[in-house]
Write a protein that binds this ligand. Sequence first.
Ligand code: KG4
Ligand code: ZN
Length: 343
Amino acid sequence: MAVQEEIMDTLILGIESSCDETAAAVIKNGRYIMSNVISSQIDLHKKYGGVVPEIASRKHVELIIPVINQALDEAGVSLSDIDAVGVTYGPGLVGALLVGLTAAKAIAFTADKPLVGVHHIEGHIAANYLQYPELEPPFICLVASGGHSHIVQVKSYGEFEILGQTRDDAAGEAFDKISRAIGLGYPGGPLIDKYALKGNSNAISFPRVHFNDGTLDFSFSGLKTSVLNYLNKMEQTGEEINIPDVAASFQKAVVDVLVENTIRAAKMKNINKIALAGGVAANSQLRSEIKSTAQKQGIDVMYPGLILCTDNAAMIGCAAYYEYIKGKRADLDLNAIPSLKLS
Ligand code: KG4
Ligand code: ZN
């Protein structure tokens, strides 16, 4: 009689609370999303024009348990079915991180499950594995979010080489600051994206910063200053500011640099696959321009669906799965590391 081997599924409960999204998800075998619950605090922080860390932490405390319960319910599983708990432990806001991390440790302890600590950027990169079940490393990944702008060579699961990064503001941070300056509000990225569609991206000439030292680093603070100077000058001379034109010209300046440096990285490493990750990867112009420019040079471009670009726990569950199958486990004294480095 043939012996039938039973292949067991591996279920990971992912937890994310590094900024202003309280999120939990259940991921099967690293690639299949069984549930993905995200409770965004955007409305709460809107009136302050940005995330207020103490308010974020307090809201995470209120939401974390209901969000985890909902993720388990929607996946149709209970804690006993879970193989491991994966949680973001950095980088991010320390108070916010601690809420998700403490919940994860409590679950790991009481349900006797292994705990896996996940780097938030590793999570963003992993969002691409959920979107493209066939995707395997190596590839080049542009990670651009509110806190990070990195060009990374993904060598294998959880193994990275940073090829370029911002020397000052992150790309998303620049979107948020300029949005505030032109009166569009928070979060800046989606609003600038929307207004830019109605504007002329050649209307105003804003700088694109490139370094001559051979790095693929970014700098967005000069661009930010240039936009602020333009706004001041217009105000002083009493000229009318065309908001869609400012949004479109600013966005194009950011997108040009992100696209150029990312494609240069792919060519430098002779890799013909580029993935996008992080909140700024939701930008419609970045998505279309990098795709069309790269395709002309024989490079494929991938990006996650919008909900997997901004913060979520499905990406954390996916990254945790690959660490889990490598045998990585965290102790219950795992601490939040606000400025955790990648690799
Ligand atoms: O990845 P994320 O949710 O949080 C961090 O890890 O920072 O990214 C949030 C950032 C914000 O700065 C937001 O303005 C930006 O991503 N963002 C966008 C767009 N959607 C979100 N930036 C440009 N265009 C968008 N459509
Ligand atoms: Zn993020």
